[in-house]
Design a protein around this ligand. Sequence first.
Ligand SMILES: Nc1ncnc2c1ncn2[C@@H]1O[C@H](COP(=O)(O)OP(=O)(O)O)[C@@H](O)[C@H]1O
Ligand SMILES: [Mg+2]
Length: 381
Amino acid sequence: MRNILIFKGPNSRFEEIIKAHNENVLSLYEILESRKKDEDGSTKVGLKDYYESIIIDSTDFSSLSETGERLINHMLTTFVYHFDIKHIFIQNPTETIEKKIKIMAKNNSEYNLEIIQHTYPMITKESLLNIYQNYSGTVIGQEKVKEEMLNVLYTIYKKRNKGEPLVLMFFGPSGVGKTESAKYFSEVLGGNKIFRVQMSMFQNSKSLDYLFGEEHNAKSFALDLLERESNVILLDEFDKTFDTVYSAFYQMFDEGVFRDRNYNVNLEDAIIICTSNYSDLTTIRRTIGDPLYFRFNKHIEFDELKKESVIKIIKLIYDNILEELDDSEKDIVVKARLIDYILSNVDTFMKQSPNYRRIKNFVGDLINSLLVKELIDDIEQ
Ligand SMILES: Nc1ncnc2c1ncn2[C@@H]1O[C@H](COP(=O)(O)OP(=O)(O)O)[C@@H](O)[C@H]1O
Ligand SMILES: [Mg+2]
């Protein structure tokens, strides 16, 4: 028997799968190069006498021409028989290649074809408890968000979503923890870094090609999705783009599949988080339109930071900055009672819709100006 394995999923997992087969491997590159003949008839790449497996990963397809894509089964068959190859591993093939491989396996009983769709970790009771206990320590002052998230996540935990993705809109002012929350949920729920796309990047035709998938051998959104390490997907700054771009997401939000011209991506049980600076539901509905608006399972509002949150954040930032100072600097800052001064001015600060970045700049500037003043005084003396 000869085994063919098609694996759809991230590189980290694919590497584990092929680990036991990483000797005597023939690559697609070698296959392609060995077919090219120099003018004198000699081949460019020398092949060994013996190979056990052929391994083709996501990135390898970029060296394949359109004809090569259509003829992949014939090409592989030639090499399989020449070297008596026992294993073929293919990661994230295009739909065309998958179809060709299926035909190849069907027409020859020697082949045993297995297709593995990577599954991401399920939501556990422990991860929900973890969010309940720790979210507010990471993202300050968004208690309501925590409650709403736990409620929607419970549906997936109980598998009542029936595989459908959970589509969420995080909205509210900037710098209050929307992106940070999305990253946090990805880490708690799957232990992996979030899959993030900045929506403002879709402005020119090249980036739209990336989204809609032009050439099978170019980088595309669909291929990146196939390779994602986390099932939490962040479409960041969702409001910073336009209608054509939104249309790419209808089917993804609705049915949990993303298709472009080359790939078909399964988004079962995915948590798709879109962030935006919209101020209220009416504005969201008016701006993105009903069809898209109603595709969201929930719109989760992030509040302006309240005074007590601002105080907490000031202390946190102050401590973080202090940690980076050397002892003499620390001494100056502590002696000047800078933290008391900052905290006694919180009310003035609250008037200018505080956000994390602004607070950080404010505290950082104050500390620096104190240290600079000391330095100058020192020199002048
Ligand atoms: N409520 C908050 N609690 C703690 N840190 C926060 C909070 N809001 C923002 N930050 C910090 O500020 C920075 C920007 O926050 P981010 O989540 O990107 O804001 P946005 O709401 O604009 O997406 C991040 O480093 C984040 O850790
Ligand atoms: Mg953000």
